[in-house]
Design a protein around this ligand. Structure first.
Ligand SMILES: Cc1cc2nc3c(=O)[nH]c(=O)nc-3n(C[C@H](O)[C@H](O)[C@H](O)COP(=O)(O)OP(=O)(O)OC[C@H]3O[C@@H](n4cnc5c(N)ncnc54)[C@H](O)[C@@H]3O)c2cc1C
Length: 480
C-alpha cells in the first residue's frame, strides 16, 4: 500500500479507541470540536506527501511503492540529504509547531530496523526480527504512531532508581497463548487521539531486578482496556485569521493507562530483557532522530525570526534594542542550520552500511534548544508588547461600521494596512502567548528530557582531545 492521503488517515480514526477529554469519552475524533482542527491539520500533513511528492516520497526498497522518505535508512550522504528535504517540507508545513508529526516516529523506527543488530544482542534475536517485520508494516501501511516512554512520577524522593515494587509503572503481569498482558501507566503520548498505533520503547535505564518493566511493543490505539486521558484542549475555533496556529496544530498530549492489555507476541520487541532494554537507545537512535527534530526546531526558529522582523517593520520599530533582539533570534536560527549541516556533512557508520549524521552538533543543539525556544517566545513578546492585544477578530474586521475605524487606528508604519498588522500580531500571539504557545513552550523544554539533563549528557559524551591538547601545552611545557 502506498503512502496514505489525509482522508485515509481520518477514516482510520473511526474505531473503538478510548480517548477522554474533559469529562467526556470522545467517539468521533475528527468531528469533535476540540480535536477537529488538529485532525484536519494532521490530514494536511498526509496530503502533503503527494503535493510535494518529489521531496516527501521515495520507493519502498522491497515493493517499489511510494512511501514517505522519513522511513528511509540512509546509506550515503545523498540519502541523508534526500531525507533532509522531505523532513524540511513537513517541518515547514507546521512551521515546527507540531513536534510529533508522524515523521518523528517513522525516522525512529527506520533507525531501529536498520540497526536491528543493536536489538538482537543479549539473546534478543527474535524480538529484533519482529521489530524489522513491524517496521515494514509501519512504512507500507503508513501507520501514524504515538509513543510513550516516561514512567509516572509518584514520589521523586523514592522513584529513582525505579523500585521493583512500584505498581504504577507499566509492567508485564502475565503471558497468554498469543502474547503478554501489561498493566500500569506511562506518560505522555503526544498525538495520541490522532494516531493509529502506540509505541512503547525504552526511556531511562532500568535497575537490576526490573525485568518486568523491560518492555517494548507497538499496538493499535483501539486495543481493549487501553485508556487515554487528554489534557485540556488548547485548540481554538476554526477561524485561521483569529487563531492561525491553534486552529490546526494542537497535537494533544495524553497520559496512558494500560489496564491489563494483551499485546500480541508478534508485536513484542523486548520482553524482560534488561540488557537490551538499557542499550538500544544509547547508540544510533540519537544521531538518527535528531536529524528530524533539529530540522523541525531550526525551521521553527527561522519562522520566529521572520515573524519578529515583520512585526518590528509593521510598527516601524528600528530601535537598537529591538534590532539587537532580532539579531539574537537570527543567530539561533543560523547556528541551528549550521549545526544540522555540520552533522549531516560528517556522518558515521552504525553498521549494516547505515549512515547517520554526526552526533556532536546534535548533542549541542539538544542541550541548548530548551533555552533558545523560550527565549524566542520572550523576544516576540518583548517586541510585540501591548500591540499583541490590539487585534480585532475577523468577524469584527468584517463589520462595515467598524472596519473604517480599524483601518484608521490600527494601521501600521509606512504602507502597512490594519489587516496585515492585525494578522501579524495575532500570529505572534498564537506563536508566543496563547494557550497553545504555552503548551508548545513546555514541549520544547521537556520533549527530549530537560535541558539540564541534556547539558549533563552533552558534557558526558563530549570529545576532549583538542581541548586537552590546548590545555596540556600550558600545563606540560618546561617552566623556564
Ligand atoms: C508537552 C510535552 C509532550 C510530551 N510528549 C511526550 C511523548 O509523546 N512521549 C513521551 O514518552 N514523553 C513525552 N513527554 C514527556 C517527556 O519525555 C518528559 O517530560 C521528559 O522526559 C522530562 O521528564 P522529567 O519531568 O523526568 O524531567 P527531568 O529531566 O527530571 O527534569 C525535571 C526538572 O528537574 C530539573 N533537573 C533534572 N535533572 C537535573 C539535574 N541533574 N540537575 C539540576 N536540575 C535537574 C529539570 O531542569 C527540570 O526542571 C512530553 C512532555 C511534554 C512537556
Amino acid at each position: 500500500m502506498p503512502a496514505r492521503t489525509g482522508a485515509e488517515l481520518l477514516a482510520g480514526l473511526r474505531d473503538d479507541r478510548e480517548i477522554w477529554v474533559g469529562d467526556e469519552r470522545v467517539r468521533d475524533i475528527a468531528g469533535h470540536p476540540e480535536f477537529a482542527g488538529a485532525a484536519k491539520g494532521l490530514a494536511a500533513v498526509f496530503d502533503l506527501q503527494y503535493a510535494a511528492a518529489e521531496d516527501c516520497l521515495y520507493p519502498d526498497p522491497e515493493t517499489g511503492e511510494p512511501i514517505n522518505v522519513s522511513h528511509m535508512a540512509p546509506r550515503s550522504k545523498e540519502d541523508i540529504q534526500r531525507r533532509h528535504r522531505g523532513l524540511a517540507r513537513i517541518a515547514e508545513h507546521t512551521v515546527g509547531v507540531m513536534g510529533r508529526t508522524p515523521d518523528y516516529m517513522n525516522v525512529t523506527y527506520a533507525g531501529f530496523a536498520a540497526c536491528s543488530h543493536e536489538w538482537a544482542e543479549h539473546g534478543n534475536e527474535a524480538g529484533a526480527e519482529r521489530l524489522v517485520e513491524y517496521q515494514k508494516l509501519l512504512r507500507r501501511k503508513d501507520i501514524c504512531l504515538t509513543h510513550t516512554l516516561i514512567h509516572p512520577t509518584i514520589d521523586k524522593a523514592t522513584d529513582e532508581p525505579l523500585r521493583t515494587d512500584n505498581d504504577a509503572v507499566l509492567r508485564k503481569v502475565g503471558d497468554t497463548e498469543h502474547g503478554i498482558i501489561v498493566r500500569g501507566a506511562r506518560i505522555l503520548a503526544t498525538l495520541a487521539p490522532f494516531s493509529d498505533e502506540i509505541a512503547v520503547y525504552p526511556g531511562r535505564p532500568l535497575p537490576e531486578g526490573g525485568e518486568k518493566f523491560a518492555l517494548s511493543f507497538c499496538i493499535p490505539m483501539s486495543a481493549p482496556r487501553m485508556r487515554f486521558f487528554c489534557r485540556d484542549s488548547v485548540a481554538s475555533g476554526p477561524n485561521r485569521f483569529d487563531h492561525p496556529l491553534s486552529s490546526r496544530f494542537d497535537e494533544q498530549d495524553a497520559f496512558v493507562i494500560f489496564d491489563d492489555v494483551e499485546v500480541p507476541r508478534d508485536r513484542v520487541f523486548i520482553d524482560g530483557n534488561i540488557d537490551v532494554y538499557n542499550q538500544v537507545m544509547t547508540r544510533s537512535w540519537n544521531p538518527n532522530v535528531m536529524q528530524q527534530t533539529m530540522i523541525r526546531a531550526q525551521t521553527k526558529l527561522e519562522f520566529a525570526w521572520g515573524l519578529a522582523t515583520a512585526m518590528a517593520e509593521a510598527i516601524g520599530d528600528r530601535s537598537p534594542q529591538s534590532q539587537q533582539m532580532l539579531g539574537e533570534l537570527w543567530s539561533y536560527a543560523q547556528l541551528a542550520a549550521s549545526a544540522v549541516r555540520a552533522a549531516e556533512d560528517h556522518p558515521a557508520d552504525y553498521g549494516n552500511g547505515v549512515l547517520f549524521p554526526d552526533q556532536a552538533p546534535f548533542s549541542a543543539l539538544r542541550a541548548i534548544m530548551p533555552t533558545w525556544m523560550p527565549r524566542a517566545n520572550e523576544i516576540i513578546k518583548l517586541l510585540g508588547s501591548h500591540n499583541l492585544l490590539a487585534t480585532p477578530s475577523w468577524g469584527l474586521m468584517q463589520n462595515p461600521d467598524l472596519r473604517p475605524l480599524f483601518d484608521h487606528y490600527l494601521r501600521g508604519a509606512k504602507d502597512t494596512t490594519a489587516e496585515r498588522r492585525v494578522r501579524l500580531f495575532r500570529l505572534a500571539w498564537d506563536y508566543a502567548g496563547s494557550a497553545l504557545a504555552n503548551r508548545v513552550e513546555l514541549y520544547e523544554r521537556f520533549y527530549l528530557t530537560s535541558g539540564a539533563r541534556n547539558q549533563q549528557r552533552a558534557q558526558m559524551l563530549a570529545n576532549r582531545d583538542r581541548a586537552t591538547r590546548l590545555l596540556d601545552r600550558f600545563l606540560k611545557e618546561p617552566i623556564d
